[in-house]
Design a protein around this ligand. Structure first.
Ligand code: NAP
Length: 364
């Protein structure tokens, strides 16, 4: 989906003017640095490395670049985050007529690059956050950073049907807040049995004329109060012990083929849209061994700021937010993380400069 993604045959660093670190005398070149597209074989140094290029990562990049921190964004092979698979975005402030998700992310990127952020279209494979400089590896290149901002986002979990993938953005969505408005006076379905599904079904009654709530078990796992509200809502019809076997329609959603889990048989439900609400998965793989997660697997911050459990590593966006999950809240967190990183670096440098000067004086 990402038109800007660098083709895999091209160096992710081509065209970038990067600071290449030569190993200090006596220090071996890092083992993991090959294959190295820039040909030097040495790590690439930055004051701040931002991982992720959704609204959080690119907003952090804009702020960090404007603070002269010369950030490198390791943005992912398919960058841009969730908005790259969203069509119309109508709730991002500043776009009264709405904007296409990929277009919005293109604008974020352009703005970050305008201030000097360097964006690498590669995935971070692993990191070593045991000390400064922090070390990150992506596409065989090692990056060393004084501060890191993790903005890797979260992904909606999908049912995994071919028809669901084909009709994404054509009536299939995983975000009621983003897309509910497009289903005014339409018949739609929500699939899932947790609080997200119940909440989305209730939210969607504001727009839709009818909401079918489909769950594979005979009882919901969401909170009792939400279950009671959904059951009592005149626009919501519950379909328990049902699975979505196929999303019907060629160009757009026209219905669902449902299977049963309590007995044999199938049924067809004609409708205009399907909201998949079966959970989200935060993208924490490279950081799991280093950063603290909550009971749902999302990265933890100290609450008051974007600081993680490791000094100098900051967290922003959906990778630590399972509550709001909006482009605008992620962007806000990206801004906070860049400001936190800037202040942290300033404090470190203020602390380290006198020590370095004292060390130099002793050496003389
Ligand atoms: P969840 O609690 O993990 O529920 C996921 C639901 O999707 C489950 O009912 C599960 O079925 C179903 N499911 C999973 N895979 C499926 C598949 N392949 N096909 C069909 N159904 C499938 O996720 P969530 O609802 O997103 O909630 C995540 C967390 O956030 C929860 O702790 C929730 O309480 C919290 N949350 C809170 C609020 C709120 O307080 N307002 C709102 C939203 C979410 P099974 O039941 O069979 O496993």
């Amino acid at each position: 989906m990402n038109d800007n993604a660098t083709p895999k045959t091209q160096s992710p660093l081509s065209g970038l003017n990067l600071t290449i670190l030569a190993p200090a005398e006596g220090e071996a070149a890092p083992v993991a640095a090959a294959p190295v597209a820039n040909g030097s074989g040495h790590p690439v140094a930055a004051r701040v490395v931002i991982v992720g290029s959704g609204p959080a990562g690119l907003t952090a990049a804009i702020y960090a670049a404007r603070a002269n921190l010369e950030p490198i964004v390791i943005g992912g092979v398919v960058g841009g985050g969730q908005l790259m698979i969203t069509s119309e975005v109508e709730n991002y402030p500043g776009f009264p007529e709405g904007v296409q998700g990929p277009e919005l992310m293109g604008l974020f990127r352009k703005q970050a690059e305008r201030f000097g952020a360097r964006i690498v279209d590669a995935d971070v494979d692993r990191v070593d956050l045991s000390g400064r400089p922090f070390r990150l590896w992506a596409a065989g290149i090692e990056y060393r950073a004084e501060a890191v901002i993790v903005a890797t986002g979260a992904e909606a979990i999908w049912l995994g049907l071919e028809s669901e993938t084909r009709l994404r953005g054509r009536g299939v969505s995983a975000c009621a807040t983003c897309d509910g408005f497009f289903f005014r006076d339409k018949t739609i379905a929500v699939v899932g049995g947790g609080d997200s599904a119940l909440e989305e079904a209730l939210f969607l009654t504001r727009f839709a004329s009818k909401v079918h709530l489909i769950h594979r078990r005979d009882a919901f796992r969401g909170s009792k109060i939400m279950q009671a509200r959904a059951a009592a809502h005149p626009k919501i019809e519950l379909h328990l012990n049902r699975t979505v076997e196929e999303v019907l329609g060629d160009e757009h959603v026209e219905g669902l083929r449902l299977g049963r889990t309590d007995e044999s048989g199938e049924e067809t439900l004609p409708l205009d849209g399907l909201f998949v609400a079966i959970g989200h998965r935060p993208n924490v793989a490279a950081f799991r061994d280093w950063l603290t997660t909550d009971e749902k697997g999302y990265l933890r911050t100290d609450g008051a700021t974007t600081a993680s459990n490791i000094d100098g590593v900051f967290v922003a966006g959906d990778v630590d937010d399972h509550r709001y999950r909006q482009a605008v809240t992620a962007a806000g967190e990206g801004c906070r993380a860049a400001i936190d990183a800037e202040r942290w670096l300033e404090a470190q440098e203020a602390h380290e400069a006198p020590r370095a000067a004292a060390g130099a004086a002793t050496a003389q």
